[in-house]
Design a protein around this ligand. Sequence first.
Ligand SMILES: [Fe+2]
Length: 175
Amino acid sequence: MQLTWSHAVLNIKDEASMLDFYTKTLGFSISDRGPIAEKGPDIIFLSQTHDEHHQLAFVTTRKAEDPPSALNHIAFRVQSFEDLQNLKTRLEAVEKDFLPLSHGNTLSLYFADPEGNGLEVFWDTPWHVSQPSGIVWDSNLDETAALAWVEATFNQDAEFALREDAQGKFVNRTP
Ligand SMILES: [Fe+2]
């Protein structure tokens, strides 16, 4: 048996602001919506890939006074450095603070949605680096400069290697 990741479901408070952010800023489409049960709250399905009906879903059940979610963050991968730059531009356009953090194996942007749920959007670097690792990077760098910075910053790491050479080595080990 192998479990592969599919989706997360968030209980939300404010449908309008959440859908606005997830569709306009992050680029999701609504793939379906409807009541969970007779007279139940709506569940709203969101995706931006062809192979998942929903990568995220929202259930409109959280009350304004409910405590913050226990969720730390949800992460999404983008396919190019340009995609990451594009996201940065979109976040800046809606004045959303973000933290550019590199795990060595990623260049990531961390930010929160309108209800404070943590999100990470990352682009894979060519390298494997031991984890946890995280250093703030300059998100104004271009792709070549950013990759040069990653290599210079993480190449002393004990596990630093090309991703394809490291693949599989960390799955069955006991830290
Ligand atoms: Fe993460």
